[in-house]
Design a protein around this ligand. Structure first.
Ligand code: SAH
Length: 339
């Protein structure tokens, strides 16, 4: 709830107005998981809070720590028993946290483990925030950067994501700057226009993965609904409206989308746009047979893009030993449970 929503609900309950900011800070700054932990609220009021409200916090079901780089992967259990994943990564500039926005995903991208069993439900804003609090409390760190790149399609859960964005930056809460937030989408075009018009200073990441429509439709079914030309048009509008550069994600799949021809076409597609291209060696998921392109191929691809003036990085792979890519941990857990 936004602070003014809490204030108005509290006023209906006859609570003093200062209680609203007190409770907001307990929830959003200190990240408590239960009303009982709010030590300066009376027992009687805690009882009322428990009766009237629902705290949608998440519990750590499982946790894997990479021996290679300290990346922490969490499997969280939600209040209704559903499972989601988040990943905590340590960078030179601080801690970056990748959160889920849905239980599962309905987009059907062929290389992605999150979508194998479809979508179960969308997360509320508090379930997104609660992933951050749970990790901060568990590791005793302060998270400075958040990426909405875990399970789910953020723009398919748009209203809750907007609420999350408004709350995560709140000065009396986590106070994370919009500039430190990335939202990743497979290209839900109408929502990209809407987001642009809101002029948030966040980074929009767009999962491209192929420069030709037939190839992209093959690996990302959403391309049949919103083809490349429309996605790119929306991206250009986004840059113009927000003055922010787009970050394109391009997973390198051996023998499929990693040819010189693809690189050339990508250059044409992105010509003149304020953008950055992130090449990601595809993570092999047991359920598909995609292999990552070898490093020479990736290097050659990068050179072609750079040669035409594009800004390119090859994503460093973190947590390679702990199934840290999209949806892998939950699937393995469900399988072990026979689910
Ligand atoms: N639904 C959003 C965000 C979640 S996926 C989106 O599509 O952008 C975050 C990123 O990881 C996307 O770029 C997605 O395409 C990519 N991804 C998913 N599974 C992957 C895998 N096995 N290997 C490499 N990248 C993957």
């Amino acid at each position: 709830m936004y602070p003014d929503e809490i204030r108005s609900a509290f006023s209906d309950l006859g609570f003093a107005p200062f209680r609203a900011s007190q409770v907001f800070e307990w929830l959003h700054k200190k990240g408590v998981g239960a009303f009982e932990e709010m030590t300066n609220v009376s027992k009687a009021q805690i009882e009322v809070l428990n009766k009237e409200f629902d705290l949608r916090s998440c519990r750590i079901e499982n946790k894997c720590v990479s021996k290679l780089d300290g990346t922490v992967k969490y499997l969280f259990r939600l209040i209704d028993g559903e499972l989601i994943e988040s990943v905590l990564m340590k960078y030179k500039y601080g801690y970056s946290f990748c959160i889920s926005t849905q239980v599962g995903c309905k987009m059907g991208c062929r290389f992605c483990a999150s979508t194998l069993n479809g979508v179960v439900r969308s997360l509320t804003a508090s379930e997104m925030l609660s992933q951050i609090h749970a990790a901060q409390n568990d590791e005793n760190v302060r998270i400075s950067h958040v990426v909405l790149m875990g399970m789910g399609e953020p723009l398919d859960n748009y209203d809750n994501v907007l609420r999350f964005l408004d709350l995560v930056g709140h000065e009396k809460g986590l106070c994370i700057s919009m500039r430190n937030i990335s939202v990743s989408t497979c290209g839900i075009v109408p929502k990209m226009y809407d987001l642009a018009d809101r002029k948030y200073q966040l980074t929009l990441s767009v999962s491209l993965h192929a420069p030709f429509d037939d190839m992209r439709s093959e690996i990302m079914p959403i391309n049949r609904k919103y083809p490349l030309s429309e996605v790119i048009k929306a991206c250009r509008y986004y840059c113009k409206t927000t003055n922010r550069r787009i970050s394109f994600e391009y997973s390198m799949i051996s023998g499929l989308n990693d040819t010189d021809e693809c690189a050339g076409e990508l250059c044409k597609l992105l010509k003149g746009m304020l953008c950055h291209v992130n090449l990601i060696p595809v993570n092999n998921v047991r359920e598909n047979n995609f292999e990552k392109s070898d490093s020479n191929r990736i290097e050659r691809f990068r050179q072609i893009l750079e040669g035409s003036g594009l800004n390119v990085t090859v994503r460093r792979s973190l947590g390679g030993d702990i199934d840290a890519s999209c949806g892998q941990l939950r699937n393995n857990h469900l399988k072990r449970q026979g689910g």
